[in-house]
Design a binder for this molecule. Structure first.
Ligand code: ZN
Length: 372
Protein backbone atom coordinates (compact mmCIF):
# COMPACT_ATOMS: atom_id res chain seq x y z
CA UNK A 1 0.00 0.00 0.00
CA UNK A 2 1.32 3.39 -1.04
CA UNK A 3 1.09 5.62 2.06
CA UNK A 4 -1.62 8.26 1.89
CA UNK A 5 -0.22 11.72 2.39
CA UNK A 6 -1.04 15.40 2.32
CA UNK A 7 -2.27 16.47 -1.10
CA UNK A 8 -3.90 13.12 -1.88
CA UNK A 9 -7.56 13.07 -2.75
CA UNK A 10 -9.39 9.74 -3.03
CA UNK A 11 -12.00 7.42 -1.58
CA UNK A 12 -9.22 5.91 0.57
CA UNK A 13 -8.64 9.36 2.07
CA UNK A 14 -12.38 9.66 2.67
CA UNK A 15 -12.29 6.38 4.59
CA UNK A 16 -9.33 7.55 6.69
CA UNK A 17 -11.04 10.87 7.43
CA UNK A 18 -14.18 8.99 8.45
CA UNK A 19 -12.20 6.84 10.88
CA UNK A 20 -10.40 9.87 12.36
CA UNK A 21 -13.74 11.60 12.79
CA UNK A 22 -15.30 8.57 14.49
CA UNK A 23 -12.64 8.65 17.21
CA UNK A 24 -13.04 12.38 17.68
CA UNK A 25 -9.80 13.57 16.11
CA UNK A 26 -11.25 15.32 13.08
CA UNK A 27 -14.26 17.42 12.24
CA UNK A 28 -15.47 15.83 9.02
CA UNK A 29 -18.73 17.73 8.57
CA UNK A 30 -17.81 19.58 5.37
CA UNK A 31 -18.56 17.36 2.34
CA UNK A 32 -16.24 19.46 0.12
CA UNK A 33 -13.15 18.30 2.04
CA UNK A 34 -14.37 14.81 2.98
CA UNK A 35 -12.00 13.10 0.52
CA UNK A 36 -9.08 15.54 0.75
CA UNK A 37 -5.93 14.82 2.72
CA UNK A 38 -5.44 18.41 3.84
CA UNK A 39 -3.39 19.98 6.60
CA UNK A 40 -6.05 19.30 9.22
CA UNK A 41 -6.06 15.63 8.23
CA UNK A 42 -2.30 15.47 8.56
CA UNK A 43 -2.47 17.02 12.02
CA UNK A 44 -5.10 14.51 13.08
CA UNK A 45 -2.99 11.63 11.75
CA UNK A 46 0.05 12.92 13.64
CA UNK A 47 -2.01 13.23 16.79
CA UNK A 48 -3.29 9.66 16.37
CA UNK A 49 0.20 8.29 15.71
CA UNK A 50 1.59 10.03 18.75
CA UNK A 51 -1.16 8.64 20.94
CA UNK A 52 -0.57 5.12 19.63
CA UNK A 53 3.20 5.17 19.82
CA UNK A 54 3.48 4.78 16.05
CA UNK A 55 6.31 6.76 14.46
CA UNK A 56 4.88 10.17 13.73
CA UNK A 57 5.09 11.08 10.02
CA UNK A 58 1.59 12.32 9.28
CA UNK A 59 1.11 9.70 6.59
CA UNK A 60 -1.20 6.70 6.58
CA UNK A 61 0.81 3.58 5.76
CA UNK A 62 0.08 -0.05 6.63
CA UNK A 63 0.74 0.31 10.36
CA UNK A 64 -1.26 3.49 10.86
CA UNK A 65 -4.09 2.17 8.73
CA UNK A 66 -4.29 -1.04 10.80
CA UNK A 67 -4.27 0.97 14.04
CA UNK A 68 -7.02 3.24 12.71
CA UNK A 69 -9.15 0.28 11.69
CA UNK A 70 -8.66 -1.29 15.14
CA UNK A 71 -9.60 1.92 16.88
CA UNK A 72 -13.20 1.37 15.76
CA UNK A 73 -13.74 -1.74 17.85
CA UNK A 74 -15.26 -1.53 21.30
CA UNK A 75 -15.02 -4.50 23.65
CA UNK A 76 -18.05 -6.68 23.01
CA UNK A 77 -18.50 -5.63 19.36
CA UNK A 78 -17.06 -8.91 18.14
CA UNK A 79 -15.83 -12.25 19.46
CA UNK A 80 -12.11 -12.14 20.25
CA UNK A 81 -9.94 -15.21 19.82
CA UNK A 82 -6.40 -16.09 18.96
CA UNK A 83 -6.02 -16.62 15.22
CA UNK A 84 -2.52 -17.73 14.41
CA UNK A 85 -1.11 -16.11 11.29
CA UNK A 86 -3.07 -12.89 11.39
CA UNK A 87 -3.86 -12.04 15.01
CA UNK A 88 -6.83 -9.78 15.73
CA UNK A 89 -5.90 -6.25 16.62
CA UNK A 90 -7.95 -3.37 17.91
CA UNK A 91 -8.98 -1.20 20.79
CA UNK A 92 -11.33 -3.93 22.01
CA UNK A 93 -8.28 -6.20 22.42
CA UNK A 94 -6.51 -3.42 24.33
CA UNK A 95 -9.57 -2.99 26.56
CA UNK A 96 -9.69 -6.73 27.29
CA UNK A 97 -5.96 -6.85 28.05
CA UNK A 98 -6.19 -3.79 30.27
CA UNK A 99 -9.04 -5.27 32.25
CA UNK A 100 -7.19 -8.58 32.73
CA UNK A 101 -4.11 -6.73 33.94
CA UNK A 102 -6.20 -4.64 36.31
CA UNK A 103 -7.77 -7.82 37.67
CA UNK A 104 -4.29 -8.93 38.63
CA UNK A 105 -3.48 -11.32 35.79
CA UNK A 106 -0.06 -11.36 34.30
CA UNK A 107 0.26 -9.89 30.83
CA UNK A 108 3.35 -8.02 29.73
CA UNK A 109 1.42 -5.23 28.03
CA UNK A 110 -1.90 -4.17 26.62
CA UNK A 111 -0.73 -3.84 23.04
CA UNK A 112 -4.02 -4.44 21.28
CA UNK A 113 -2.81 -7.63 19.57
CA UNK A 114 -4.61 -10.86 20.46
CA UNK A 115 -1.83 -13.41 20.50
CA UNK A 116 -1.19 -16.63 22.40
CA UNK A 117 -0.29 -14.96 25.70
CA UNK A 118 -3.56 -13.02 25.73
CA UNK A 119 -5.52 -16.22 25.07
CA UNK A 120 -3.62 -18.00 27.86
CA UNK A 121 -4.28 -15.18 30.34
CA UNK A 122 -7.93 -15.10 29.35
CA UNK A 123 -8.11 -18.85 30.01
CA UNK A 124 -6.78 -18.30 33.57
CA UNK A 125 -9.45 -15.69 34.19
CA UNK A 126 -12.16 -17.96 32.76
CA UNK A 127 -11.07 -20.85 34.98
CA UNK A 128 -11.07 -18.63 38.07
CA UNK A 129 -14.48 -17.31 37.32
CA UNK A 130 -16.11 -20.66 36.55
CA UNK A 131 -16.38 -20.20 32.80
CA UNK A 132 -15.34 -22.58 30.04
CA UNK A 133 -11.62 -21.93 29.68
CA UNK A 134 -11.52 -21.68 25.89
CA UNK A 135 -9.49 -18.48 25.65
CA UNK A 136 -12.23 -16.93 23.52
CA UNK A 137 -13.80 -13.66 24.59
CA UNK A 138 -17.42 -14.35 23.63
CA UNK A 139 -20.78 -13.52 25.22
CA UNK A 140 -20.26 -15.47 28.49
CA UNK A 141 -16.86 -13.93 29.14
CA UNK A 142 -18.19 -10.50 28.23
CA UNK A 143 -21.00 -10.98 30.72
CA UNK A 144 -18.52 -11.90 33.43
CA UNK A 145 -16.31 -8.92 32.64
CA UNK A 146 -19.31 -6.62 32.62
CA UNK A 147 -20.48 -8.00 35.97
CA UNK A 148 -17.06 -7.34 37.46
CA UNK A 149 -17.19 -4.01 35.72
CA UNK A 150 -15.45 -0.91 36.88
CA UNK A 151 -15.69 -2.11 40.48
CA UNK A 152 -12.53 -4.14 40.25
CA UNK A 153 -10.36 -1.88 38.17
CA UNK A 154 -7.25 -0.45 39.70
CA UNK A 155 -5.48 -3.58 40.95
CA UNK A 156 -7.34 -4.75 44.00
CA UNK A 157 -6.02 -8.24 44.68
CA UNK A 158 -8.08 -8.83 47.83
CA UNK A 159 -11.28 -8.38 45.89
CA UNK A 160 -10.05 -10.70 43.20
CA UNK A 161 -9.24 -13.30 45.83
CA UNK A 162 -12.81 -12.97 47.14
CA UNK A 163 -14.15 -13.51 43.65
CA UNK A 164 -11.95 -16.53 43.14
CA UNK A 165 -12.96 -17.92 46.55
CA UNK A 166 -16.58 -17.74 45.45
CA UNK A 167 -15.83 -19.35 42.08
CA UNK A 168 -13.65 -22.04 43.70
CA UNK A 169 -16.20 -22.98 46.33
CA UNK A 170 -18.52 -24.24 43.60
CA UNK A 171 -22.23 -23.78 42.97
CA UNK A 172 -23.48 -26.22 45.64
CA UNK A 173 -24.76 -24.66 48.83
CA UNK A 174 -23.91 -27.87 50.72
CA UNK A 175 -21.43 -27.08 53.48
CA UNK A 176 -21.50 -23.31 52.95
CA UNK A 177 -21.44 -21.36 56.23
CA UNK A 178 -23.97 -18.60 56.55
CA UNK A 179 -24.65 -16.41 59.55
CA UNK A 180 -28.19 -15.09 59.85
CA UNK A 181 -28.58 -11.86 61.69
CA UNK A 182 -32.04 -10.88 62.87
CA UNK A 183 -31.83 -7.20 63.73
CA UNK A 184 -32.43 -5.86 67.25
CA UNK A 185 -33.85 -8.21 69.92
CA UNK A 186 -34.55 -8.17 73.65
CA UNK A 187 -35.19 -4.69 74.97
CA UNK A 188 -34.27 -3.27 71.58
CA UNK A 189 -37.44 -3.84 69.58
CA UNK A 190 -36.49 -1.81 66.54
CA UNK A 191 -39.43 -0.20 64.74
CA UNK A 192 -42.88 -0.73 66.24
CA UNK A 193 -46.02 0.24 64.28
CA UNK A 194 -49.66 -0.70 64.88
CA UNK A 195 -48.63 -3.47 67.26
CA UNK A 196 -46.12 -5.01 64.84
CA UNK A 197 -42.56 -5.24 66.15
CA UNK A 198 -39.45 -5.29 63.96
CA UNK A 199 -37.39 -7.57 66.23
CA UNK A 200 -40.14 -10.25 66.16
CA UNK A 201 -40.82 -9.92 62.46
CA UNK A 202 -37.19 -10.26 61.43
CA UNK A 203 -36.75 -13.19 63.83
CA UNK A 204 -39.60 -14.94 62.00
CA UNK A 205 -38.01 -14.10 58.63
CA UNK A 206 -34.57 -15.41 59.56
CA UNK A 207 -36.20 -18.59 60.96
CA UNK A 208 -37.91 -19.20 57.62
CA UNK A 209 -34.68 -18.56 55.74
CA UNK A 210 -32.79 -20.74 58.21
CA UNK A 211 -35.17 -23.64 57.48
CA UNK A 212 -34.68 -23.32 53.72
CA UNK A 213 -30.89 -23.02 53.95
CA UNK A 214 -30.52 -25.90 56.40
CA UNK A 215 -32.62 -28.15 54.15
CA UNK A 216 -30.09 -27.51 51.38
CA UNK A 217 -27.16 -28.51 53.56
CA UNK A 218 -26.01 -25.01 54.51
CA UNK A 219 -24.53 -24.66 57.98
CA UNK A 220 -26.20 -21.73 59.68
CA UNK A 221 -25.71 -19.70 62.82
CA UNK A 222 -27.92 -17.06 64.33
CA UNK A 223 -26.45 -13.95 65.92
CA UNK A 224 -29.13 -13.90 68.58
CA UNK A 225 -31.96 -15.91 70.11
CA UNK A 226 -35.69 -15.23 69.74
CA UNK A 227 -35.82 -13.16 72.92
CA UNK A 228 -32.41 -11.56 73.34
CA UNK A 229 -30.40 -9.00 71.44
CA UNK A 230 -26.68 -8.57 70.78
CA UNK A 231 -24.27 -5.77 69.99
CA UNK A 232 -22.82 -5.32 66.51
CA UNK A 233 -19.46 -6.41 67.95
CA UNK A 234 -20.91 -9.65 69.33
CA UNK A 235 -22.70 -10.38 66.07
CA UNK A 236 -19.58 -9.73 64.00
CA UNK A 237 -17.41 -11.79 66.35
CA UNK A 238 -19.67 -14.80 65.91
CA UNK A 239 -19.47 -14.50 62.12
CA UNK A 240 -15.70 -14.08 62.18
CA UNK A 241 -15.20 -16.92 64.70
CA UNK A 242 -17.17 -19.48 62.72
CA UNK A 243 -15.50 -18.40 59.47
CA UNK A 244 -18.78 -17.62 57.76
CA UNK A 245 -18.89 -17.35 53.98
CA UNK A 246 -21.65 -14.76 54.14
CA UNK A 247 -23.73 -12.83 56.63
CA UNK A 248 -27.35 -11.94 55.90
CA UNK A 249 -28.76 -9.26 58.17
CA UNK A 250 -32.49 -8.59 58.15
CA UNK A 251 -34.30 -5.47 59.24
CA UNK A 252 -37.47 -3.59 58.47
CA UNK A 253 -37.50 0.15 58.18
CA UNK A 254 -39.57 2.85 59.78
CA UNK A 255 -40.19 6.50 58.98
CA UNK A 256 -42.14 9.34 60.52
CA UNK A 257 -44.53 9.55 57.59
CA UNK A 258 -46.51 6.62 56.14
CA UNK A 259 -45.46 7.39 52.56
CA UNK A 260 -41.94 5.96 52.78
CA UNK A 261 -42.01 2.38 51.54
CA UNK A 262 -40.07 -0.28 49.70
CA UNK A 263 -37.00 -2.48 49.95
CA UNK A 264 -33.34 -1.45 50.14
CA UNK A 265 -30.17 -3.51 50.49
CA UNK A 266 -26.84 -2.42 51.94
CA UNK A 267 -23.31 -3.78 51.56
CA UNK A 268 -19.96 -2.69 52.93
CA UNK A 269 -18.73 0.14 50.79
CA UNK A 270 -16.77 3.32 51.12
CA UNK A 271 -15.42 4.54 47.81
CA UNK A 272 -12.64 2.35 46.53
CA UNK A 273 -12.81 -0.20 49.31
CA UNK A 274 -16.22 -1.59 48.39
CA UNK A 275 -16.75 -5.31 48.86
CA UNK A 276 -17.25 -6.67 45.37
CA UNK A 277 -18.93 -9.86 46.52
CA UNK A 278 -21.01 -7.96 49.05
CA UNK A 279 -22.13 -5.55 46.37
CA UNK A 280 -22.98 -8.37 44.01
CA UNK A 281 -24.93 -10.27 46.66
CA UNK A 282 -26.76 -7.06 47.60
CA UNK A 283 -27.59 -6.49 43.96
CA UNK A 284 -28.89 -10.04 43.52
CA UNK A 285 -30.93 -9.89 46.73
CA UNK A 286 -32.42 -6.52 45.86
CA UNK A 287 -33.38 -7.58 42.34
CA UNK A 288 -34.85 -10.92 43.42
CA UNK A 289 -36.87 -9.38 46.25
CA UNK A 290 -38.23 -6.53 44.15
CA UNK A 291 -39.09 -8.88 41.26
CA UNK A 292 -40.86 -11.34 43.54
CA UNK A 293 -42.72 -8.91 45.80
CA UNK A 294 -43.49 -5.95 43.58
CA UNK A 295 -42.30 -3.67 46.39
CA UNK A 296 -40.73 -0.30 45.60
CA UNK A 297 -37.07 -0.58 44.64
CA UNK A 298 -35.03 1.66 46.92
CA UNK A 299 -31.81 0.27 45.40
CA UNK A 300 -28.57 -0.94 46.93
CA UNK A 301 -26.15 1.29 48.81
CA UNK A 302 -22.62 0.99 50.15
CA UNK A 303 -22.41 1.83 53.87
CA UNK A 304 -19.85 1.48 56.63
CA UNK A 305 -22.28 0.59 59.40
CA UNK A 306 -21.00 -1.53 62.30
CA UNK A 307 -21.89 -5.06 61.22
CA UNK A 308 -20.96 -4.41 57.57
CA UNK A 309 -17.61 -3.03 58.64
CA UNK A 310 -16.73 -5.45 61.45
CA UNK A 311 -17.33 -8.69 59.57
CA UNK A 312 -14.49 -10.12 57.52
CA UNK A 313 -16.79 -11.77 54.97
CA UNK A 314 -19.32 -10.26 52.60
CA UNK A 315 -22.29 -9.04 54.63
CA UNK A 316 -25.50 -7.61 53.31
CA UNK A 317 -28.26 -5.94 55.23
CA UNK A 318 -31.73 -6.03 53.74
CA UNK A 319 -34.48 -3.69 54.86
CA UNK A 320 -37.45 -5.69 53.62
CA UNK A 321 -40.07 -2.94 53.81
CA UNK A 322 -41.40 -0.13 55.98
CA UNK A 323 -43.47 -1.12 59.01
CA UNK A 324 -44.73 2.48 59.04
CA UNK A 325 -46.18 2.14 55.52
CA UNK A 326 -49.64 0.53 55.70
CA UNK A 327 -49.16 -1.34 52.39
CA UNK A 328 -45.75 -2.74 53.33
CA UNK A 329 -46.96 -3.60 56.83
CA UNK A 330 -49.94 -5.59 55.54
CA UNK A 331 -47.64 -7.60 53.27
CA UNK A 332 -45.07 -8.19 56.02
CA UNK A 333 -47.80 -9.53 58.31
CA UNK A 334 -48.68 -12.19 55.71
CA UNK A 335 -46.70 -15.41 56.36
CA UNK A 336 -46.82 -16.28 52.66
CA UNK A 337 -45.17 -12.98 51.85
CA UNK A 338 -42.43 -13.72 54.36
CA UNK A 339 -41.87 -17.08 52.64
CA UNK A 340 -41.51 -15.20 49.36
CA UNK A 341 -38.81 -13.03 50.90
CA UNK A 342 -37.00 -16.09 52.26
CA UNK A 343 -37.16 -17.68 48.80
CA UNK A 344 -35.83 -14.51 47.15
CA UNK A 345 -32.87 -14.35 49.53
CA UNK A 346 -32.19 -18.06 49.06
CA UNK A 347 -32.12 -17.60 45.28
CA UNK A 348 -29.81 -14.60 45.62
CA UNK A 349 -27.36 -16.69 47.64
CA UNK A 350 -27.57 -19.55 45.14
CA UNK A 351 -27.03 -17.18 42.21
CA UNK A 352 -23.94 -15.74 43.89
CA UNK A 353 -22.29 -19.14 43.66
CA UNK A 354 -23.51 -20.15 40.20
CA UNK A 355 -21.03 -19.83 37.35
CA UNK A 356 -21.89 -16.77 35.30
CA UNK A 357 -22.87 -18.95 32.34
CA UNK A 358 -25.58 -20.67 34.42
CA UNK A 359 -26.95 -17.56 36.08
CA UNK A 360 -30.72 -17.49 35.51
CA UNK A 361 -32.72 -14.32 34.90
CA UNK A 362 -34.04 -12.52 37.97
CA UNK A 363 -37.29 -13.67 39.51
CA UNK A 364 -37.64 -17.06 37.79
CA UNK A 365 -35.39 -19.46 39.69
CA UNK A 366 -37.08 -21.99 41.97
CA UNK A 367 -35.10 -23.94 44.54
CA UNK A 368 -36.48 -27.29 45.74
CA UNK A 369 -37.26 -27.45 49.46
CA UNK A 370 -34.77 -30.28 50.07
CA UNK A 371 -31.52 -31.61 48.67
CA UNK A 372 -32.25 -34.38 46.20
ZN1 ZN B 1 -33.71 -2.32 62.21
Amino acid sequence: MQPLRRGDSSSAVAEVRGMLASIGLLNNSDPRTAHVFDETTELAVRHFQQRRGISVDGRVGVETYAALTGAHWKLGDRVLAHESGSPLTGDDVTALQTQLIELGYHLVRADGVFEGDTAETLRSFQRDYGLIADGICGPDTMRALRQLGRRVVGGRPQLLRDLIAVADSGPSLLGKRIVLDAGHGGADTGVVAEGVTESELVWDLTSRLDGRLTALGVRTWSTRGPQNGATDEQRAKLANDVGADLVLSLHVDGFHTPEANGIATYYYGAGESASTIGERLADLAQRELVARTGMLDNRTHGKTWGLLRLTRMPTVRVEVGYLTAPGDRAKLCDPQYRDTIAEGLLVAVQRLYLPVADDPPTGVMRIPAHVR
